[in-house]
Design a protein. Sequence first.
Length: 205
Amino acid sequence: MKKIISSAWLDHKFNNLFLDEISFVEDPVPGEQNKPMEAFKWICKNNAKKLLFKSLATFAPLFPVISYHGEISSWLSPPPSGFGNAVFIIMGKDNSGKIRSVGGNYFNSDVYSRSCSSNFWSDYDNSESELSKRNLLSEMIGFYKQYYSYEYIREVERFADFSCSMPIYLLVLDKSNGHMAVAPAMVRGYDPADFSYETLGEVSL
């Protein structure tokens, strides 16, 4: 088995949906379906790509799925507290202009909120407990979920449940705007092949 020293999030020879979205910004491709999402436009514009992937490596630790001959076909990030866990990551500039990223991996993916903080970074810094920080992140993600495609969120969550991985909710705070993206905590590995496994026929008891 090939040895991976650091997280596969940090090794960009292995693809993932976050890299795909960033490629639409860095290397534009014609077509409406290739239009980059606002969250990734902000990340590239503010040189926050390295911070994003370090955040992914921190909040979504990956475990290998071993295929033929010890090859890793993908990495998944299983929920630490069981079914329904999700990764929440919030990025943006605080009041001093510093680019920051906060998040965690034991949030409830079903969270919704009718309101959110108008000064997130100040409220985060003034939160005195881990619980209050957790509630603040949940409130922010829960509020902005209403502006994101419900059908796509459900599709990502179903895939994450099926693959024993977590959905990742990425929220970028851009002044008075919030841009969200949702993707499974999964990184593609190699594409192993072993044709001796190919078969055709009928299976019966």
